[in-house]
Design a protein around this ligand. Structure first.
Ligand code: NAP
Length: 716
């Protein structure tokens, strides 16, 4: 377990330095002289029960403090009180504790901590404080707990999760992207959500830093108006906007937003220095409606409630494996905190603005790469503005890059000195051996060697710096690759898990069908059977009452069926007999007709010569006297109903009629005789000759009255 280092026992009376707000500043930037230093003394052993004495290690300067530096009753937090220490989030070491749950050596993140070198926290202060997990002490720089692993990081983490809900492949834009919240938001959007990320910042160095942090594009909002920049860098529109600045930038985003864009209204720092009447009026808010934009403001303490553990676990892991890099701007000394605040508001900070309050760090930890990295390849005469941890109070030479260069330049004179001595020794020896010409040649050689070495001396620092920068570039690339690799591995593992689950699902399917569907079907069947049986039993229970009725009904039905069947049999028999009778009559009628025709034919042949028979049309009933068809309507050949007309003139017709009349009489007589015989013999025999039928007069067998073609009456 980590233990605090360099912690001396506390004196009985502690000298405490505090920073107070001297006056409210209503309009314009807060100047550094608005802050004052106040000294006081604190009795280390004067703690009450439930209190803890804490040594302040780091303090954060944040934009939200600006509105609290004017008398602003409408703000969500109360204004600072002039003459009293300001307060904000910070990291402190518990030195003495009379509070349950807190012990000397604990490191806490206080919200708020006073801008003082020591603080006594009571029950309220300790309740709002959070202990830094022991396992992280000495592994992560403590200053991270007011930046990427503190309130600004939680702001980005929670609002992305709960408001923006970014989707892979969407375009996200972050303003003030090189700051405390912006850098975390941008990196999470890129590495955790897979968005295409564009950032804006206020200097070329910051733009360069954003590209190094992995942003896909970045622009300087002081050089390019946001509307133009968005048209250039977000050609497909904006899906997620992380707004830290408001005003013109927000207005430009509302125009560039896609339908369904989510705007995280995190802050509007461009307006904080301005009194209400001077603030920018966004003119195109109606886009929120037409584009169905979700725009939500929030306060981190409310929005992130319950997320802190997840946040710390997730973000610390991403910081540890390099997916999220940390860029800090550290100012040394509590007395410089006012300037640090004013610089941050003016955009002079590169990364999270932190003030190092205590001279020592009880849990020093190596910065997680690439914390100490210049933003640009070219060495700059300015302070190392882009070092991931910029030490504002330290001279430039103390920065790692300068230190490396100094180390390189210090080693070269020593090298030169040794080389000179060596050359002199050689020259002395040569002088002794080869005398003056050789000595001169050696001297020339020494001069040339010295020139070469001097050139080297001039070149080596730059070369070394370049090499170091290349190394850092390489380390960036490697860490990018590592992050990508772990993303890919994670993706592949997840895919493999899904495939495995699908495969085992498929394998289990038949078993599942057999094991679940078949029994379910059997259960349903059994249930249905049970229900039916139950119903039948129920009906059976009431059967005694119904049975006699049913039996009576059945007997009646059977009786009726029998009567019906008998009637049907009778009708069928009658129909059969009718048909038989009709057949017999038909046959007989045909016989008589043929005989009549034969007789008529014979008479005609006897009467006159070569007259041809004319086929008369056969007319069905309905034709009136004189009606009927002409000769053009001929019956088909072979029609059994066709009849020959008596040929010849009136005399032949009269003769034929007489012959027919005679024949009819004979037939009638024969019929009468036969009937008489039949009455004597009994029922009609099938082999007996058919009785003679009246020839062509009277109703035909079909019930029609045949008429001749001339419309005249028949032979009858
Ligand atoms: N809602 C919440 O709960 C919550 C919590 C924390 C922070 N915030 C908000 O988040 C925003 C960022 O805070 P931070 O702590 O991360 O600060 P920061 O970005 O580290 O520092 C502020 C930055 O704002 C930019 N800026 C200043 N004046 C500007 C102007 N007129 N126009 C455009 N940019 C300007 C500057 O960057 P450039 O040089 O790049 O312009 C400056 O570096 C602030 O608006 C803050 O109020 C909100």
């Amino acid at each position: 377990m980590a233990t605090p280092k360099d912690t001396e026992p506390l004196p009985a009376a502690l000298d405490v330095t505090s920073i107070v707000l001297k006056r409210y500043v209503d309009d314009g930037p807060v100047p550094p002289d608005a802050f004052g230093v106040e000294l006081s003394t604190l009795a280390a052993d004067g703690l009450a029960e439930g209190e803890a004495l804490c040594e302040v290690l780091y303090l954060s300067v944040d934009p939200y403090m600006r509105p609290l530096m004017r008398l602003n009753k409408a703000h969500y937090a109360p204004s600072f009180t002039p003459g009293k220490p300001l307060a904000g989030s910070g990291v402190a070491l518990v030195r003495v504790s009379k509070a349950e749950g807190f012990a000397a050596g604990d490191v806490i993140v206080g919200r708020p901590l006073p801008w003082s070198s020591y603080a006594v926290l009571g029950a309220d202060g300790l309740a709002a404080a959070r202990k830094v997990p022991r396992e992280l002490l000495g592994k992560v720089p403590l200053s991270y707990f007011v930046g990427t692993l503190g309130m600004p990081g939680l702001t980005a983490y929670s609002s992305l999760k709960r408001i923006a809900e970014p989707r892979r492949g969407e375009t996200a834009f972050v303003s003030a992207a090189a700051g405390a919240v912006g850098q975390v938001a941008g990196q999470l959007l890129k590495r955790a959500y897979g968005c295409r990320v564009v950032g804006s910042a206020g200097s070329p160095e910051k733009v360069e830093l954003l590209l190094r942090l992995g942003f896909d594009a970045a622009f300087n909002h002081k050089e390019l108006p946001p509307a133009e920049a968005l048209a250039k860098h977000c050609p497909d529109g904006v899906d997620v906007y992380f707004d830290n600045v408001g005003a013109e930038t927000l207005e430009a985003v509302l125009d560039a937003a896609n339908v369904g864009c989510r705007i995280v209204a995190c802050g509007m720092i461009s307006q904080y220095d301005l009194p209400a009447e001077k603030r920018y009026g966004v003119k195109n808010l109606f886009n929120v409606i037409g584009k169905q934009i979700k725009m939500q403001g929030f306060i981190v303490t409310t929005l992130a409630a319950g997320m802190e553990e997840d946040f710390l676990r997730d973000t610390a892991a991403m910081v540890a494996d390099g997916r999220v890099k940390v860029v800090e701007d550290v100012t040394e000394g509590l007395e410089n905190i006012g300037r640090a605040f004013a610089d941050m508001m003016a955009g002079k900070n590169m990364g999270k603005a932190v003030v190092k309050v205590a001279a020592h760090d009880p849990f020093p930890a190596p910065a997680v790469a690439p914390r100490s990295r210049p933003p640009c390849a070219a060495p700059s005469p300015q302070p190392p503005h882009g070092t991931a941890r910029r030490q504002r109070a330290a001279p430039p030479a103390a920065a790692p890059a300068a230190a490396a260069a100094a180390a390189a330049s210090l080693s070269l004179p020593a090298l030169l000195h040794a080389a000179g001595v060596f050359v002199l020794c050689c020259a002395g020896a040569a002088f002794l051996i080869a005398a003056i010409p050789a000595l001169l040649a050696a001297a020339r050689a020494a001069h040339r060697a010295e020139a070469v070495l001097r050139a080297l001396e001039a070149e080596i620092p730059d070369t070394a710096a370049s090499m170091r920068l290349s190394g850092l570039e390489l380390s960036d690339c490697l860490s990018e690759l590592g992050a990508l690799g772990s993303d890919l591995t994670g993706g592949l593992r997840a895919s493999a898990r899904m495939v495995g689950a699908a495969e085992s699902g498929l394998r289990a399917a038949p078993g599942a069908i057999a094991g679940a569907v078949v029994p379910a079907v059997a259960r349903t069947e059994a249930k249905a059977r049970g229900t039916v049986e139950g119903l039948l039993l129920e009906r059976a229970a009431s059967a005694p009452d119904l049975l006699p009725q049913v039996l009576r009904g059945t007997a009646t039905a059977v009786k009726r069926a029998r009567i019906g069947a008998a009637a049907a049999g009778f009708v069928a028999a009658a129909v059969g007999a009718g048909a038989a009778a009709r057949g017999a009559l038909d046959a007989r009628a045909m016989q008589v007709a043929r005989a009549s025709v034969a007789a008529a034919g014979a008479a005609a042949v006897e009467g006159d010569g070569p007259e041809r028979a004319v086929v008369a049309p056969r007319r069905r009933g309905g034709a009136g006297p004189g009606g009927g068809g002409g000769a053009e309507a001929r019956p088909p050949a072979g029609d059994p109903m066709q009849r020959r007309q008596p040929p010849g003139g009136p005399q032949q017709q009269a003769a034929a009629s007489a012959a027919a009349e005679q024949q009819r009489r004979q037939a009638k007589q024969a019929t009468a005789e036969q009937q008489q015989r039949g009455q004597q013999q009994g029922p009609l025999r099938h082999d007996a000759p058919p009785p003679p039928q009246p020839p062509l007069s009277g109703p035909s067998l079909n019930g029609h009255v045949p008429k001749n073609g001339r419309g005249g009456g028949g032979a009858a």
